[in-house]
Ligand binder design. Structure first.
Ligand code: FAD
Length: 447
């Protein structure tokens, strides 16, 4: 049922949370207008800069977002950064409600000595590099060594392992940026270790991602049989998704001994369980052997070193505080809120009227696009409920965004960038060749 209002709502961040919330609001509030303010000249957040290039089907959500953007009551303001080009206070003065959905663009650290060395990089930066995030082309990861050790076993870690181990011809037909393809074609990486603190029953990757790894041509997966002691016996007690994942690992392990020796000549994917990061040196990484106590990994005195010409830290993303006016929890890396309503600083119950948060900025960096969608719909519904309840100023006239001297990319400007990227990709047999230079993007957008 639609509610008629003349409300102006601003959404900060054009990722999945922002677009799904906009979709809901435009549908439910028949005469509200929604402005999306986005730091980059281009939309879609991690769908463009996170999701792996060989997962084009995941990126189909862009079609839904594009439909939402075509609604005449939605305006896109690209190349506008909250905290730099506009303050939260100004946005709150200009809109009846502001919804923050600017995601998580920092990474968690291991807090180990030598972590800032050149051969230690975050998976976040590596993902941004192959996905063409502006500025990330300067990363130039050194792929001249044989061994890469990835710390962490989530799906991002598996994405990174797959990109490193995939035959280059498989990546050439994706939208992996050209400079990354050139570097990956020269790569000498032969073995990728995927290391987790806990055991196979706690592995954070999902079955789809593991299946893809197991099917990669010219790549052998080698498990450590000692990691699986007593695991088969626990299968019956597991929930179905966990049981199926564990069964797949056990099946792959059992097939290991019968694999031909020629297979071992190719690249190798080497999952390692029950190891906690301990120290970093030039060519290897030291791990403490762990034991599980009630599901928690406890370090023992025993250690193991793994070869590591390159170390990729994949232990999670973290949000940042874009504007001093945001009630941000630096420890947990998200905005403090109650069901999407941003809490007043220092208060546990009292909320900032008309200020909301959704997506990874609210939940922390967990969950897939579907999870983000459900969360964004729920917060958008809360906004509708609060409008009905007159929980914030809904009576006064608000001016909305005012274009000053900034160079702002409109939706039409993005469509021009999109068209150029798709055309540039066509000649190479790729869906698109992403433009990575902001100035170039702005020129194409005509600003
Ligand atoms: P984001 O997607 O990060 O969007 C935030 C937006 O805010 C960005 O566009 C950003 O540029 C903008 N922004 C940042 N700062 C500012 C500022 N100061 N002012 C204005 N705008 C700003 N999910 C799947 O379902 N399938 C997958 O295969 C998959 N693969 C993934 C791979 C990786 C490497 C990662 C990290 C995640 C993956 N996910 C996947 C999860 C999915 O990407 C997230 O669930 C989703 O993107 C979170 O949406 P969001 O809108 O909260 O944040």
């Amino acid at each position: 049922q639609q509610v008629t209002t003349g409300k102006r709502i601003c959404i900060v961040g054009a990722g999945p949370a922002g677009f799904y919330a906009a979709q809901y609001l435009l549908k439910q509030l028949s005469d509200c207008t929604v402005d999306i303010v986005e730091k980059l000249p281009v939309p879609f957040g991690l769908v463009r800069f996170g999701v792996a290039p060989d997962h084009p089907e995941v990126k189909n959500v862009i079609n839904t977002f594009t439909k939402t953007a075509e609604n005449p009551r939605l305006r896109f303001f690209g190349n506008v950064s909250l905290g730099q080009d506009i303050s939260l206070q100004e946005l709150r003065q200009r809109y009846h409600a502001v919804l923050l959905t600017y995601g998580a663009d920092q990474d968690r650290e291991l807090q180990l000595q030598n972590e800032q060395e050149q051969h230690v990089i975050s998976a976040r930066k590596f993902v941004a590099w192959y996905n063409g995030l502006p500025g990330a082309e300067q990363l130039q990861p050194d792929l001249s060594g044989r061994d890469v050790t990835i710390v962490g076993q989530g799906n991002v870690a598996v994405d990174v392992a797959r990109v490193l181990l995939s035959p280059i011809d498989k990546l050439k037909i994706t939208d992996t940026t050209e400079y990354a393809l050139e570097a990956l074609a020269r790569s000498q990486v032969q073995r990728v270790h995927l290391v987790g603190r806990r055991g196979p029953l706690q592995a954070a990757f999902t079955i789809k991602e593991l299946r893809e790894m197991l099917k990669l041509p010219n790549v052998t997966t080698n498990w450590r049989s000692s990691d699986f002691t007593g695991i088969a016996e626990q299968l019956e007690q597991l929930q179905r998704p966990r049981r199926r994942l564990t069964e797949l690992m056990l099946k792959s392990l059992s097939e290991q001994s019968t694999r031909s020796s020629t297979a071992a000549a190719g690249r190798q994917f080497l999952p390692v369980f029950l190891r906690a990061p301990k120290a970093i040196s030039a060519k290897e990484m030291e791990f403490a052997v762990t034991q599980l106590r009630e599901g928690v990994a406890v370090a023992t005195d025993a250690t193991e070193c793994l070869p590591a010409d390159l170390i990729l830290r994949s232990i999670g993303y973290k949000s940042s505080c874009a504007d001093a006016g945001i009630n941000f929890d630096p420890q947990r890396g998200h905005v403090r809120h109650e069901q999407g309503r941003v809490l007043k600083d220092g208060e546990e119950k009292s909320v900032e009227p008309g200020l909301y948060v959704a997506g990874w900025l609210a939940s922390g960096p967990t969950g897939v696009i579907l999870t983000t969608m459900n969360g964004a719909f729920a917060v958008a519904k809360t906004i509708c409920d609060d409008i009905t309840a007159k929980a914030f100023d809904t009576a006064s006239t608000k001016p909305g965004f005012e274009v000053g001297s900034q160079r702002i990319v409109s939706w039409d400007g993005w469509l021009r960038i999109d068209q150029q990227e798709c055309e540039a990709g066509k000649s190479k047999g790729k869906p698109r060749e992403k433009i990575v230079d902001i100035e170039h993007m702005l020129t194409i957008a005509g600003v």
